[in-house]
Design a protein around this ligand. Structure first.
Ligand SMILES: C[S@@+](CC[C@H](N)C(=O)[O-])C[C@H]1O[C@@H](n2cnc3c(N)ncnc32)[C@H](O)[C@@H]1O
Length: 286
């Protein structure tokens, strides 16, 4: 096992290594220049094709924010925040105060650059850290939020336990996850892995059992088509042209389109599916 970026030992080291690569700041600045965007006056809608770093883009974030009823002034922790697109959305459009935590240094740096450029540094704080050892006291947040991260994490019980620990009683854990389907083993590559050792997909019933085993009450559980329906409805609410065409995840992963095609093939063959889960933390308010 390698030593992780924070000097701790990670079960998910191979997965974290998967996300390492060159710094992205200069790529972003060049792309903004080509797209005619002012890097000091960024519109979060223009960024959505780049900073929603997973399948189904901004619409998936809108759908999860609705399901989790994220409200103004709530304190949200985005676990595995990537470039911080969902965090900025929750701050700018839902009035939340968001902590965007990610383990990958180059993504944290890019998240800070984009957050400053969007004028949201007073409402979005970027923190480098590990989902399995969250650097926050118990009950710090109203919402612990995570999208498309657990597929890179082996220790699912600890992932759920840490998200639950940092939420106050009455707060919510909100997840949008890729999970294993009944159609057979994953076909690689996919956007989160080149090798089997980088991917840990759980079955939906395992995720549900983990949630229900903790001090959490499941309030929304949308699997497969049910999740896709909420995301399709959310997509209708987006401004036409959301996501500047010159930006895109190909800036981070040049072969991203081929990887997305791999993802779509796995979905079509029922090897994977998507789930949205929102659970309320039980216990008394502190
Ligand atoms: C597919 S991206 C999703 C990013 C973001 N949630 C989004 O939806 O735009 C997965 C992210 O999880 C992060 N990640 C993976 N393992 C992690 C861990 N143990 N702790 C914190 N972040 C982690 C990666 O660095 C990467 O930014």
């Amino acid at each position: 096992m390698n030593t992780g970026i924070l000097g701790q030992r990670y079960q998910a080291d191979d997965a974290l290594g998967y996300y390492e690569g060159p710094e992205v700041g200069h790529l972003l600045l060049r792309a903004f220049a080509e797209a005619g965007l002012d890097p000091d006056a960024l519109d979060i809608d223009d960024l959505a094709s780049l900073d929603e770093f997973r399948a189904l883009g901004r619409a998936a974030t809108v759908a999860l924010a609705d399901l989790a009823s994220v409200a103004p002034r709530e304190r949200v922790l985005d676990i595995g925040a990537g470039l911080g697109g969902p965090a900025r959305f929750l701050a700018a459009r839902r009035g939340a105060h968001v902590t965007a935590l990610d383990a990958t240094l180059r993504f944290c740096r890019a998240a800070e650059l984009l957050t400053r450029g969007a004028g949201l540094a007073d409402r979005v704080e970027v923190v480098r850290g590990d989902a399995l050892a969250l650097p926050f006291p118990n009950a710090t947040f109203d919402v612990a939020w995570s999208q498309a991260v657990s597929q890179n994490i082996a220790d699912k019980p600890r992932f759920i336990a840490e998200a639950t620990r940092v939420v106050r009683p009455g707060g919510r854990v909100a997840l949008f996850e890729v999970v294993a389907g009944p159609g057979g083993p994953l076909r690689l590559p996919v956007p989160w892995a080149d090798h089997e050792r980088e991917s840990w997909l759980m079955r939906p019933e395992e995720l549900r059992a983990l949630i229900e085993a903790g001090p959490l009450e499941l309030v929304a559980w949308n699997l497969g088509e049910a999740a896709l329906a909420t995301i399709a409805a959310a997509a209708q609410t987006l401004r036409p042209g959301t996501g500047a065409a010159a930006l895109g995840l190909k800036l981070l992963m040049p072969d991203f389109e081929a990887r997305m095609a791999g993802l779509a093939r796995n979905v079509a063959e029922d090897r994977i599916t998507l789930v949205q889960a929102v659970a309320r933390r039980s216990g008394t308010h502190q």
